[in-house]
Design a protein around this ligand. Structure first.
Ligand code: HAM
Length: 344
């Protein structure tokens, strides 16, 4: 028998518990990516095998970490070029306040039992919150009159949720409150969220997550709160498939005149590569003109010129190809200078 994992969170929790990580560090942050498997009816954006990348934070119930997780997804969305997206946000309370709410929810739905779909009839006893998540039309209509969770969460959960919203407001991340966002997995407590894109059709969530303060103890670990997210890589591809990406080249191309200047260029290239800046140079050509041509062909964002004058001054001439600006920068400051420029 083999088991195909449907998601990453449970596996990360198991690994955390098995390795006793809570004995080592009070706060742990993990990330992962890889194939996941779900027995779904395949359709656009809904696959049986798909890839997720995700992150989990264990060891604190501080609302800052809910914000931190959400802000990671927000920056991933921006960096991969997703333009029109929404963040849906909810709090589904803790085990104390949820009992009160789910009792009310059960009473409401029991009175309307015959109108529910077969799945929801079964879920009413096992996980009544999931009824709010049902996509069937009848269940959707019934939902409109159901009690709403935000009116039932306890003071502690209300305060936690206000602080999460406070952090998001402060950082300018916009969100829409969605009372019905309970999410498809059963382990959530307090914050739940989903990122949806306008051009994805019905499978419009490209990332989702939330807090799960009891999952570690369900795996026999020491009670440890957790919060995390996972993003669907194929869905992010679908959203951005028509985006026009600028073809980018190497970050910097170093132009030299041979001899000592080549030796300086090689040293600088090592230094820049260590800082994560991609660099190219041609050790065989000495002529400026030919090297400029090569740098252009490689679409380098910055040309770094080291001639005899530059060598004696201890400074390289750095030209930003986008703005056309050129300035002299001390050899040992070039990496820092480029890193700053590349942020702009
Ligand atoms: P999830 O919402 O089930 O959450 O999945 C996260 C993302 O994976 C979805 O937003 C979607 O982009 C992608 N995805 C899910 N199912 C499919 C599918 N059948 N085909 C293509 N893409 C899919 C989780 O998995 C939780 N583990 C997230 C989490 C981490 N919560 C706390 N920590």
């Amino acid at each position: 028998m083999i088991t195909l994992r449907p998601e990453g969170t449970a596996g990360v929790v198991r690994a955390y518990v098995e390795n006793g990580d809570y004995n080592r560090l009070s706060l742990c942050k993990f990330f992962y990516s890889g194939p996941m498997f779900r027995a779904e009816k395949p359709q656009r954006g809904r696959l049986r095998q798909f890839n997720q990348l995700g992150a989990e934070i264990f060891g604190s119930e501080d609302p800052y970490y809910d914000y931190e997780i959400i802000s990671i997804v927000d920056s991933i969305a921006k960096s991969v070029g997703i333009e029109n997206y929404s963040l849906l946000l909810n709090s589904i309370g803790c085990r104390e306040c949820r009992v009160v709410y789910t009792d009310k929810l059960k009473d409401y739905y029991k009175e309307r039992f015959e109108k529910l779909c077969d799945d929801c009839k079964k879920r009413l006893d096992t996980n009544p919150l999931r009824l709010l998540d049902c996509k069937k039309e009848n269940c959707r209509t019934l939902r409109d009159g159901a009690p709403v969770i935000s009116e039932h969460i306890c003071g502690g959960c209300g305060d936690h949720f206000s602080k999460v919203k406070g952090y998001l407001d402060k950082s300018g991340i916009k969100y829409k409150l969605d009372n019905y966002l309970v999410r498809g997995l059963d382990y959530y407590t307090r914050t739940t969220f989903e990122f949806t894109a306008d051009n994805l059709g019905s499978q419009n969530a490209f990332a989702g997550g939330g807090r799960y303060d009891y999952l570690v103890e369900q795996f026999d670990g020491k009670p440890t709160p957790g919060v995390g997210f996972a993003a669907g890589i194929e869905r992010m591809f679908l959203i951005t498939e028509n985006n026009k990406f600028e073809e980018s080249g190497v970050d910097a191309y170093i132009i030299h005149t041979g001899g000592e200047t080549l030796s300086r260029a090689v040293d600088l290239s090592l230094e820049l590569r260590k800082s994560g800046i991609s660099v190219d140079l041609d050790p065989e050509t000495k002529g400026f003109k030919a090297q400029f041509k090569k740098a252009e062909r490689e679409r380098a964002s910055f040309f770094i010129i080291i001639g005899d004058d530059e060598l004696s001054e201890g400074k390289a001439a750095v030209k930003n190809q986008k703005t056309g600006e050129q300035q002299k920068v001390s050899f040992d400051e070039v990496a820092l200078f480029l890193a700053g420029e590349m942020q702009k």
